[in-house]
Design a protein around this ligand. Structure first.
Ligand code: SAM
Length: 358
């Protein structure tokens, strides 16, 4: 499914405060610098969530540019799993202006899938007010709650976090998960090394709670091969932005066309072990494209080197232009269908790309 483009002017009628271009840019720059600080220790009194203008700026810029992240992630998941999730109960916890609760509805609408009950939870009253205005503006029914009383939320739901886990202490996360007892946990968080360290702990915690990995880990009971590396596992969402959003991103000097993120999906009821996820692009030579993939082998999750030889793809795709364009599109975090052709003496796999998605 392609991205659904929402531009700044589509949201302008629904924000809490009108902002001039100058005001918008200065607020986005302020929010951006706040978002890159250590979020758990950020003082709450001067946070962007307590100011109408900041909340409006967040809505105009981050809501439409974050939505492609959910489309990217959902396009990596099996259709039957996704359909089930969307038809069930879905809680967007730390929803801000309703970014991902809205994205879920837009994704379902694009696929003509039914949506079950959706909840947007945020402890900021301004964010809740803003989310309600957005949902009304888009004519979408989503319940907006403050999360103070977790009993008002359904159990056995899909619990989603979008850039909010990294603002929470582990004890808060534990309380929410213990009380809500979700069937699925999904998150989309910053693609930073700092968040990756937090993720490694969460990954173990989810495993202890009995969750299975759906995406991107091959096997939850086996260690992450990046644990001992200086590098970290993340995905990169490459997207095109609608015109006004693109212009404002340029003026703010923020790159929203290539966005690193750490997105994971866990489930108690479904499992999808032993998938191969592309984790690093090593480059293109005259003869091949070289990639690293994370996959399960024996007792371990390992990183395997793949060579996609050009000569092996010439007959498979229509013409050279088509297969080159397909390889240009491949991204870290993708789970293409591949066929192993041969294992070389250095352990590298010679593989053939069958289809871009699983
Ligand atoms: C960076 S914003 C993300 C908003 C939206 N999910 C997105 O990705 O565009 C983080 C949001 O999480 C909310 N939040 C942080 N900790 C929370 C908590 N313990 N309970 C409820 N909301 C929380 C904040 O108020 C803020 O609106």
């Amino acid at each position: 499914m392609g991205d659904l483009k929402i531009d700044i002017s589509d949201l302008t009628p629904f924000v809490l405060k009108d902002l001039s271009q100058r005001e918008l840019i200065s607020r986005i720059q302020k929010i951006s610098s706040m978002l890159t600080q250590n979020r758990e220790v950020i003082s709450t009194s001067d946070s962007y969530i307590f100011d109408e203008e900041m909340v409006s700026a967040y809505t105009l810029f981050y809501l439409p540019s974050n939505i492609p992240k959910l489309f990217f992630l959902f396009n990596k998941l099996p259709k039957d799993f996704l359909e089930k999730i969307l038809a069930g109960r879905f809680i967007d916890y730390g929803s801000g202006p309703g970014t991902f609760a809205l994205a879920v509805h837009l994704f379902a609408r694009q696929n003509n899938w039914p949506v079950g009950s959706t909840f947007a939870v945020d402890h900021s009253s301004l964010m809740r007010k803003q989310a309600q205005k957005i949902f009304d503006g888009f004519n979408i029914k989503i319940s907006v709650l403050d999360g103070k009383n977790l009993h008002n939320l359904p159990t056995q739901a899909t619990l989603f976090f979008g850039h909010s886990l990294n603002e929470m202490e582990h004890s808060q996360i534990d309380k929410i998960i213990t009380e809500l007892n979700p069937q699925n946990i999904i998150f989309i968080e910053p693609g930073t090394k700092t968040f990756f360290q937090k993720l490694l702990k969460l990954r173990n915690y989810f495993h202890e709670l009995g969750f299975n990995s759906i995406y991107p880990c091959a096997h939850l009971s086996k260690a992450c091969p990046f644990e001992t590396e200086d590098n970290w596992c993340h995905q990169i969402v490459r997207t095109t932005l609608p015109s006004e959003l693109s212009r404002i991103a340029d003026l703010c000097k923020l790159n929203r066309k290539q966005m690193p993120m750490i997105a994971h999906v866990y489930s108690k009821t479904d499992s999808l072990n032993n998938q191969k996820t592309l984790v690093r692009y090593k480059g293109e030579s005259k003869f091949s494209w070289e990639w690293l993939s994370c996959q399960s082998e024996g007792e371990e999750n390992i990183i395997k080197e793949f060579s996609f030889f050009k000569k092996n793809h010439k007959g498979h795709f229509k013409d050279e232009f088509t297969y080159k364009r397909i390889f240009d599109k491949l991204s870290v975090g993708d789970r293409p269908q591949i066929e192993k052709l041969n294992e070389k003496s250095d352990g590298k796999w010679d593989v053939k790309l069958i289809k871009l998605q699983i």
